[in-house]
Design a protein around this ligand. Structure first.
Ligand code: ADP
Ligand code: MG
Length: 226
């Protein structure tokens, strides 16, 4: 049985900065197994967000292949890629990107409504997820009425509500105080373990990163085992 969920082969990506073409990823190789937790560290500007964008199909590499569940995501058309993203991937960012006018339940239900689940089903699942991230008392609150840690928990519930095969998290605790960062980090790891999804998490925190199954450093355009 093939245990690999995601593979990146010889990924190259550069950006034009004025007249210069600057290489960010330089033949990067990477693979993630089902249910595996991966932490990626690296200095600012080393290309961590660029890598996650490519893995999530939000941007395309200059060359190389990204396979998710044996499908080459860069060979899909926009609709197919959208379906794959909605079905397989969940995203957590440094800033929560919740919709301010909607309640916690409505925010978390949104990915399911996009998938055309009924409102009743979507909100039921959203409430379950919000309870599992410790927000049973905050279901009807809007983002402006939540603390930073609570907003990030809501964003985690939103990323997990579709039962994704893999969560891509870009410095999800980067904007939190130390205590909340710890709690949110542990929550992401334990929920992933419970739900059986893979996790690729970019973090600045070397101490927290040690809880992952494998830790990599992104350096000079490639990933190195730590
Ligand atoms: P990190 O997340 O590790 O801090 P990024 O992936 O955001 O790093 O950026 C890596 C490099 O690529 C930086 O030098 C950044 O300026 C450049 N870069 C990223 N995105 C773009 C873009 N859309 N256009 C031009 N340059 C970019
Ligand atoms: Mg970044």
């Amino acid at each position: 049985m093939n245990n690999t969920l995601l593979t990146a082969n010889n990924i190259k990506k550069s950006f034009n900065e004025g007249p210069l073409n600057v290489g960010v990823l330089k033949g990067l190789e990477f693979s993630v197994n089902k249910n595996e937790t991966i932490a990626i560290i690296g200095s600012s500007g080393s290309g961590k967000s660029t890598l996650l964008h490519l893995l999530g199909g939000l941007d395309v590499p200059d060359s190389g292949n990204i396979l998710i569940n044996n499908q080459n995501i860069n060979k899909l058309n926009d609709t197919e890629r959208g379906v794959l993203r909605n079905k397989y991937l969940g995203f957590i960012y440094q800033f929560h990107h919740l919709l301010p006018e909607f309640t916690a339940v409505e925010n978390v239900a949104l990915p399911l409504l996009i998938r055309r689940d009924s409102r009743v089903t979507a909100e039921k699942k959203a409430k379950e997820l919000l309870c599992s991230v410790g927000l049973s008392e905050r279901l009807q609150h809007k983002p402006g009425e939540l603390s930073g840690g609570e907003r990030q928990r809501t964003a985690i519930a939103r990323a997990l509500v579709t039962n994704p095969k893999c969560i891509l998290a870009d410095e999800p605790t980067g904007n939190l105080d130390e205590k909340s960062a710890h709690e949110v980090f542990e929550l992401i790891i334990s929920l992933n373990k419970n739900l059986g999804s893979s996790l690729i998490m970019v973090t600045h925190n070397l101490e927290l990163s040690k809880q992952a199954d494998r830790v990599f450093e992104l350096k000079e355009g490639k990933l190195y085992d730590l």
